[in-house]
Design a protein around this ligand. Sequence first.
Ligand code: IMP
Ligand code: MG
Length: 207
Amino acid sequence: MPKSPASPPSPIPAAWRPDLDRILLTSDQIARRVEQLGREIRRDFAGRETIVVAILNGTVLFLADLIRHLDFPLKLDFMGVSSYRAGTTSGEALLTKQTSADVRGKDVLVVDDILDTGKTLDRVTLQLRQFKPRRLRTCVLLDKKARRQVKIKADYTGFQIPNEFVVGYGLDFAERYRNLPFVAVLKSEIFLAGDVQRPTARPPKSA
Ligand code: IMP
Ligand code: MG
């Protein structure tokens, strides 16, 4: 599985320079890897009608690109998860939106943006398993293994990344930066002091 490259660094577009430390994955690197993931998934799910369950909101760009590489009949569905957090204790994943499709006896592919502590994917897969899908597979674009608190592994992973807070290609900080076409490390001064990994800070000042 490709690791995020150490060099050469890609230049950050001027508008984003005040907020971003460096680009971790360029749009070309992402596109190539998403195509490979699509190929793997196509091979494994060949011909089977599948329900693709995407976790809102971080998957929007990844999902749109990934499903264009899939050639079997699929239905799209969405789940919402919010991570409740009090002080410095890590949050529990709460479901804010359930799937609408009936997944019983179906092939299901869960798509999320990033596997961090693992609580989100664990919660989502636990929920979906209750409805007895025929098969349940998970796909994440990014994996921050160093942060794992729940023993869980995705079936398809785009990139292993270091333990840093990243934004772009769907991933946000305070709901911003989702529209960046690349994945970048957010500058540390953007975070609230003391909680670098799961910031709950006010939005960054630059407009
Ligand atoms: P987990 O439940 O701790 O695995 O967290 C998964 C969710 O946390 C992801 O779906 C993201 O929404 C969010 N998250 C974790 N790490 C990052 C990051 O580096 N940047 C942006 N969002 C993140
Ligand atoms: Mg998310």
